[in-house]
Design a protein around this ligand. Structure first.
Ligand code: ZN
Length: 201
């Protein structure tokens, strides 16, 4: 399965001159939601992710996603694994379960994202779930931006990674892009202006 090609075909892997949330510039950007636009294709991706998780002997009762970005990926992964799907939502300083969702003490949970950058949201979701007595057995994501180390991946974890090394991260692909500060960006030097991909509409 050529994951990068699937992202390109879905216009989820953009090329251009982008202003990232960190303030850095990059010539590539992942518009993660686009790869989930067609449910039949999305389930092929989560089937592959579920296979990796099963082959590594991870037992799971429930998939939990941090809203909003992780919800669709988490729902499809739960379908692929044949388990239930819940999500946590942002609150001041963290995340919480709402809408009548509950977890049981000892329940085995996978935290699922569409994309893991530093893993900040996934970590907050894990903290919310563990505060309720359930156990986070793995993190899962369709795409890994290469700051955290995934099972089977070759990139070592970078200092920016917020996920604990004691819990495995499963992802389909590492997407490591060139990044520049605005004053060293070669595209800026050529006179073009970085755009915020999230607000392109
Ligand atoms: Zn630039």
């Amino acid at each position: 399965m050529d994951i990068e090609q699937i992202y390109k075909d879905a216009d989820a892997l953009l090329e251009g001159h982008f202003l990232l949330a960190s303030g850095n510039h990059s010539n590539r950007y992942l518009q993660s939601a686009k790869v989930l636009e067609y449910p039949q294709k999305a389930s092929l991706l989560t089937d592959a992710l579920a296979k990796m998780i099963r082959e590594n002997g991870i037992e799971v009762d429930t998939v939990c996603a941090p809203a909003l970005g992780g919800v669709v990926a988490g729902y499809e992964l739960a379908r692929s694994l044949g388990v239930r799907s819940i999500f946590v939502e942002k609150k001041e300083g963290g995340m919480e379960l709402r809408r009548g969702f509950t977890v049981s003490p000892g329940e085995k949970i996978i935290i699922c994202e569409d994309i893991i950058t530093t893993g900040g949201s996934a970590l907050k979701a894990a903290e919310a779930i563990e505060a309720l007595g359930a156990k986070v057995v793995a993190f899962a994501s369709l795409a890994n931006r290469g700051f955290c180390q995934r099972v089977g991946g070759i990139n070592l974890p970078k200092p920016e990674c917020k996920l604990p090394e004691s819990i495995p991260l499963f992802a389909l692909e590492d997407f490591t892009f060139e990044m520049y500060t605005p004053d060293t960006c070669p595209m800026c030097k050529e006179g073009s202006t970085a755009v915020k991909p999230g607000s392109k509409g």
